[in-house]
Design a binder for this molecule. Structure first.
Ligand code: CA
Ligand code: CA
Ligand code: CA
Length: 302
């Protein structure tokens, strides 16, 4: 079935952008998998909460103050410290997973305003939630515009039952999908994925808060913050082959990636890749669930 052009062009543009951005890193990356030592993968605790969170981009609820704020993000490839701070905090309750990002940024800038625009060509923050059968990708810029999509391992597409869902039934002409072989790490051991780039996880709530002036470089901004609420019940689609508890039990461990991409690199650091993450990937590729940070679901007060 022919693919509709828009997602293909977006994907190709994304791939080209990434390929040209870091050719040297890509040349090195095929030697080992996963591309970093497992002991170097960062861990973060998610605190269980009972008070409501208002998704307005402001992390001013008492629950955020009690959260285990992450270490600052590091360079995606080298793991080196970055010149601007980025932190994420993770909370959860019986209905939702909550993510809060604090992003230091002296020049707030964003272009795209339409959902599923190529946010990765802006300054953005991103997260990837890994499941058995695939993973969900979410990106947001300082306008609060989001881009999201679902990636399903081709080996799990039929066996998981996802192929029978109308929105993922590739025999239907309105279902847009793309074979996806990673970005920098082009040959993943699990093989190809189907990328459903038109997928919208419509029940996700997200908002940003700006501390400064957006698209006005004449001043110095403090940064921005991002607040996201993800309903547990819809994440069942990631684990149809082997369902996991939703909400998780205390002590459960998930793999979730948290990252930030910048269009301007650190002028004082020629090795700044422009992509930063809570835990390094070792290569210019976000799409490696095996190196995503470990998120442990802890009880209240932990
Ligand atoms: Ca809030
Ligand atoms: Ca989408
Ligand atoms: Ca500004």
């Amino acid at each position: 079935m022919p693919l509709i052009q828009t997602p293909r062009l977006i994907l190709v543009a994304h791939l080209l952008f990434l390929c040209f951005a870091e050719p040297n890193a890509m040349a090195q990356e095929r030697a080992a998998f996963p591309p970093i030592e497992l002991a170097n993968i960062r861990k973060i605790k998610a605190t269980q909460i009972s008070e409501p969170i208002k998704i307005d981009g402001k992390l001013d609820e008492p629950s955020w103050a009690k959260a285990n704020r992450s270490e600052s993000f590091v360079d995606l490839i080298t793991g080196s410290p970055t010149h601007l701070k980025t932190h994420v905090s993770v909370l959860w309750d019986q209905t939702h997973l909550y993510l809060g990002y604090q992003i230091e940024e002296p020049n707030l800038a964003a272009k795209f305003k339409k959902e599923d625009d190529p946010i990765y060509q802006d300054n953005d923050v991103e997260f990837f939630i890994a499941g058995q059968d695939g993973y969900y990708e979410f990106e947001i810029n300082a306008h609060g515009t989001i881009y999201d999509g679902l990636f399903v391992w081709q080996s799990a597409y039929e066996t998981s039952g996802l192929a029978k869902w109308p929105q993922f039934d590739r025999t239907q002409p309105n279902v847009q999908s793309q074979a996806f072989n990673g970005v920098g790490y082009t040959k993943h051991p699990r093989g190809l994925r189907w990328a459903f780039l038109e997928w919208d996880f419509s029940s996700i709530q997200s908002a940003v808060h700006i501390d400064g002036t957006l698209n006005d470089p004449s001043d110095t901004d403090q940064g921005w913050s991002v607040e996201v609420a993800i309903p547990w019940k819809e994440l069942a689609m990631l684990d149809l082959s082997k369902p996991r508890d939703l909400p998780p039990k205390v002590g459960d461990v998930w793999r979730i990636d948290f990252s930030r991409f910048n269009q301007t690199k650190d002028p004082a650091n020629p090795k700044d890749s422009g992509g930063w993450a809570l835990s390094p990937h070792g290569v210019w590729d976000s799409h490696i669930p095996e190196v995503f940070p470990y998120v442990t679901f802890a009880g209240p007060g932990h």
